[in-house]
Design a protein around this ligand. Structure first.
Ligand code: UFG
Length: 329
């Protein structure tokens, strides 16, 4: 039985692929390389270039490989872009997932691990956010993730397709070897932007708003190391494979750090000085997002071992130092 990882050349998918290979799983990757990188996937993994909306391609994959479980990371994930191009987001994130699920059902593959987001919650009224917190996406990206979550519920009812859904908070960090890491174009995420500034590749880092209702006025986020996200996916997949029921889990570290704190910590750990500027609020940013991940800890025996902020920044820094321009391919 092989594991099919759709989007296995992307930031989170590639760390999951690496973790699966390290645990001796036989992995097949499908990726359209719209945002993924060939250099992010280990050389001994079968990589099929193609789009999940191409069902002829998917059928070929399911005919040529005996797939036990599908892990799905293909998505467009830029919040701002999702507000300007909702069709692109519905097309790839919702319709693409539907194509994948339809083909899975046709081939009687009924284990599915799905990459969702804290964006399904929107602006929470109560912290920390549990899985039961009201879902109120404030952007198209979050809405597309919630739409897929709802689809999955009915796929289980009708076809017995079992799914594990993981809602990530702020994914960050890199593999401890520094061989794979975060490489987005354009980059919009805080930690890689700070590190690019520390490397001298950017003139300054801007703090988007310092008048939020938080201790220092800048936004507070719950940063979770990509390797902890990877380990949760494997635990979830293994639970499904041993007959577990469908479920949904938050993945965060349960601690909040402000933008200013992350910048100061990065200066300390890199030993680099760089320019910090104040800027306007970025539309749609909630003041504080902090997860409760008690459910994943209790039910999956998951523990976020890599997620202290020092380790997140140190591993991301190692990746950026080794690959200042990102992947070569
Ligand atoms: N920020 C800055 N300056 C920058 C970039 C970001 O101040 O140059 C701030 C943002 O305003 C925010 C914080 O840093 O307050 C973190 O921003 P990111 O863009 O790194 O992450 P987000 O919290 O906006 O987004 C993350 C995921 C999304 C997901 C969202 C859920 O990356 O995929 O959480 O709310 F949708």
């Amino acid at each position: 039985m092989k594991i099919l990882v759709c989007g296995g050349a992307g930031y989170i998918g590639s760390h999951v692929v690496r973790a699966l290979v390290e645990r001796q799983y036989d992995v097949v990757v499908v990726d359209n390389f719209s945002t993924g990188h060939g250099g992010a996937v280990p050389e001994n993994v079968t990589v099929i270039e193609g789009d999940i909306r191409d069902q002829i391609l998917l059928k070929r994959v399911f005919e040529e490989h005996t797939i036990g479980c599908v892990m799905h990371f293909c998505a467009n994930s830029l919040v701002g872009e999702s507000m300007e191009q909702p069709i692109k987001y519905y097309h790839n994130n919702v319709y693409g997932t539907l194509c994948l699920l339809e083909t899975m059902v046709e081939y009687n593959i009924k284990k599915f691990v799905f990459s969702s987001s804290a964006a399904v919650y929107g602006e929470p009224k109560i912290l920390p956010i549990t899985e039961e917190t009201e879902k109120n996406p404030t952007n198209t990206y979050g809405e597309t993730k919630l739409t897929v979550e709802k689809m999955l519920k009915w796929m289980d009812v009708a076809y017995g397709l079992k799914s594990m859904v993981f809602r990530y908070f702020n994914a960050a960090g890199a593999h401890s070897t520094g061989e794979i890491g975060e490489d987005h174009d354009p980059e919009t995420h805080l930690i890689p932007l700070i590190l690019q500034t520390a490397l001298g590749l950017r003139e300054k880092i801007s703090i988007f708003g310092e008048d939020y209702n938080t201790p220092d006025g800048s936004c507070v986020r719950d940063y979770i190391h990509v390797l902890d996200i990877a380990s949760a996916h494997i635990l979830g997949m293994e639970k499904l494979m041993s007959g577990g029921d469908s479920n949904i889990y938050n993945l965060g570290d349960g601690k909040g750090f402000s933008v200013k704190e992350v910048i100061e910590k990065t200066k300390e750990l890199t030993g680099r000085e760089f320019k910090v500027a104040m800027a306007e609020r970025r539309p749609g940013d909630p003041a504080t997002l902090i997860a409760s991940s008690e459910k994943a800890k209790q039910e999956l025996s998951w523990s976020p071992e890599h997620s202290d902020l020092d380790n997140i920044i140190k591993t991301a820094w190692k990746w950026h130092l080794n690959h200042p321009q990102g992947y070569e391919v």
